[in-house]
Design a protein around this ligand. Structure first.
Ligand code: ADP
Length: 614
């Protein structure tokens, strides 16, 4: 939604902010309430980038809200600083710097542990604000006397004092906040944020430094929080100590859930519902503190029945009405795809010749590779070598150690002993991201896709890693500005026969299509050595035939190692086969040699598989 019509959202936001003072008073909103909503909305823009887009749930945003707020308020009330906007920016920078340091610690853990660390950090900040730093923060009295902004234009001075006058300043800050947030979520970095939310493991495996990107999201959220905290002081002419409380963080999370995460405007809408209910139920209906009971019910109902929150619900509704034509088109596409499966398939697109470096020895050489899990030896002293342009198959009964071997080659897991050399360079002990950046990656046995994204977006994530490197802060560049991205994504779409499904959500794909996308994700990183872990797993016989054709086309000019249990298909594809048994190399040879090898027959007939019998 956010990417389709450039400037539409910006224009609608501007119109909404201009009309608000004329419309909202008729709906019972006081200017002070609207200003408070905008401050929460601005606070939430950063939080939504962190939580909604990157999937990191922090309960510690009050630490940055308070830091920015108190730094700005201190400068304006105690340090003789008179430039309000300057103080707000300095508060924002202080919050961002704090966010960077906190992020370095908190992001060492994921999931619930990350959330708990943020809770603890917020509590520490609350304590520090009240005790050691109370001389600077005013302790429980806060900092009174925060001035409102005024701008000397030479010929006149603009004062933004209170009510709708101050609204103009806060609304402008919010608008700029929206423009920046939209630029970020539409940038390559924004795309990678969504990939991290959907599947951090795969985002790492296709070559992105996800720690760096998570830290970026954390700092962005802290910066927004810091600026909003400063605005709170300006709005209330007083910096309240409760900006630092856990309640502030909790309220932000709940408002974002009510309004809709991953929408940027969700926190604003959530704050509107929250503050309207608070004013209406508490004051107009005289419910007092019991208003939170009603709020609790509203929250539970919304979270249960509108999982995307209010904005998410509205987007779905819009999609329901506007998506009929798209659905018909997609059904036609799917029928065409089904036809494609039943009838003669179009020739898959020819693979581009892969550029090989000047290096001339074997592309991959593993020596004495061993992996132990406690007493269990999954791989034992494996020597293995693959030449440039070779197509190698790996077979072996279940539990023979094939997947473990692949995981070591791609550096997902470190070997207990042994060395791996890729294109003459020792890669033993490197990280999976770095190895992918060097040109070695794999497709997974169990699909590892970005399930909340479309096919095209999936491939975009993978291609970005190759085109931009593992970390780059091009926060304000649009995706279309990344040179070669469109070509690489379109080429990969064609290569895996998914061009017609490019704008389909992954969840709507058939299983065989998901498997092709799985291979496409690896291909989009333009690997010089591609490992395929059971690419045919779970496919129907017809899908297998199609995929083997596809793999033959992909293989042209590439070096590939393929594990599969479907021996007929594998022997048709590869030039040489290595057989693993009980973690060791049993034998290597041509498919013909392997088929007739007595030891291999023994290994299979003695094990669970009987397919080897030619
Ligand atoms: P294959 O892919 O050939 O079926 P695997 O490489 O998955 O074999 O497994 C080889 C052996 O290592 C099996 O006995 C398996 O149980 C064991 N193994 C694999 N991963 C782990 C792990 N993370 N912890 C303990 N044992 C493992």
């Amino acid at each position: 939604m956010l990417k389709q019509r450039p400037f539409l959202i910006e224009t609608l936001t501007a119109i909404g902010l201009i009309l608000a003072p004329f419309v909202l008073p008729h709906l019972g909103f006081a200017p002070n309430t609207v200003n408070r909503i905008l401050v929460w909305g601005l606070f939430g823009l950063g939080f939504d980038i962190l939580f909604g887009f990157t999937g990191l749930l922090s309960f510690g945003q009050s630490a940055f809200y308070g830091t920015g707020g108190f730094v700005a308020a201190y400068l304006l009330t105690r340090a003789g600083f008179s430039n309000v906007l300057g103080a707000l920016v300095i508060g924002m920078i202080a919050a961002a710097a704090t966010g960077y340091l906190i992020g370095l610690i908190a992001l060492r853990r994921t999931g619930i542990y990350f959330a708990m660390i943020t809770v603890a950090i917020a509590e520490v900040f609350f304590f520090v604000e009240f005790n050691p730093l109370s001389d600077f923060t005013g302790g429980e009295n806060g900092l009174p006397g925060v001035p409102t902004p005024s701008f000397n234009l030479g010929f006149t001075t603009l004062h933004f004092t209170d009510g709708w006058s101050l609204y103009q300043f806060i609304a402008l800050c919010y608008f700029i906040g929206v423009i920046i947030a939209l630029r970020i979520v539409r940038s390559p970095v924004g795309a990678i944020f969504s990939a991290i939310r959907d599947n951090p493991l795969r985002a790492t495996a296709v070559g992105h430094n996800i720690h760096g990107y998570k830290l970026t999201a954390f700092v962005i959220a802290a910066a927004y929080a810091g600026f909003a905290g400063g605005l709170l002081g300006v709005l209330q002419a007083f910096m309240p100590p409760d900006a630092f409380t856990f309640d502030t963080s909790g309220q932000l999370v709940m408002q974002t859930a009510i309004g809709g995460r991953g929408t940027l405007f969700g926190p604003l809408v959530g704050a509107t519902v929250w503050l309207f209910l608070q004013d209406f139920l508490q004051s107009a209906l005289g419910l007092g503190a019991a208003w939170k009971l009603v709020l609790g019910v509203v929250f539970v109902l919304l979270v249960c029945f509108l999982r995307g929150g209010i904005v998410g619900g509205l987007v779905d509704l819009y999609g329901l009405f506007s998506g009929r034509r798209r659905k018909v088109a997609e059904r036609e596409e799917r029928e065409a795809e089904a036809g494609f499966a039943l009838e003669a398939p179009p020739a898959p697109m020819q693979a581009k010749e892969v550029q090989h470096p000047a290096y001339s020895g074997p592309i991959l050489k593993a020596t004495g590779l061993t992996k132990r899990y406690g007493g269990l030896v999954a791989n034992s002293d494996i020597d293995f070598s693959v030449d440039q342009g070779e197509l190698r198959g790996i077979i072996g009964p279940n539990g023979a150690g094939k997947s473990t071997f692949f995981k070591m080659l791609t550096c997902e897991i470190p070997p207990t002993s042994g060395r791996i050399v890729f294109e003459g360079r020792d890669i033993t002990g490197l990280k999976v991201t770095d190895v992918c950046q060097l040109g070695l990656t794999k497709s997974y046995q169990v699909n590892q896709l970005f399930t909340g994204l479309t096919v095209r977006q999936n491939l975009t994530i993978a291609a970005l890693a190759e085109l931009r490197g593992k970390f780059r802060l091009d926060l304000f560049r649009s995706l279309s500005g990344v040179k070669g991205l469109t070509e690489q994504v379109e080429h990969t779409l064609a290569l895996v026969n998914l061009t017609r499904r490019a704008d389909t959500q992954v969840a709507e794909l058939a299983y065989g299509e998901k498997r092709r996308l799985e291979i496409g994700l690896a291909l989009a990183t333009s690997p010089r050595l591609l490992l395929l872990d059971e690419p045919l797993a779970g496919m129907s016989p017809r899908e297998r035939v199609e995929t083997v054709k596809l793999l033959k086309s992909i293989a042209r000019g590439r070096t590939m190692i393929i594990i599969d249990h479907d021996m007929d298909s594998l022997f048709e594809l590869v030039e040489r086969v290595t057989v693993l048994q009980e973690g060791r190399v049993l034998v290597s040879g041509s498919p013909e040699e392997i088929k007739t090898n007595a030891a291999v027959q023994e290994a299979y007939l003695g094990g669970v598989h009987g397919e080897i019998a030619a």
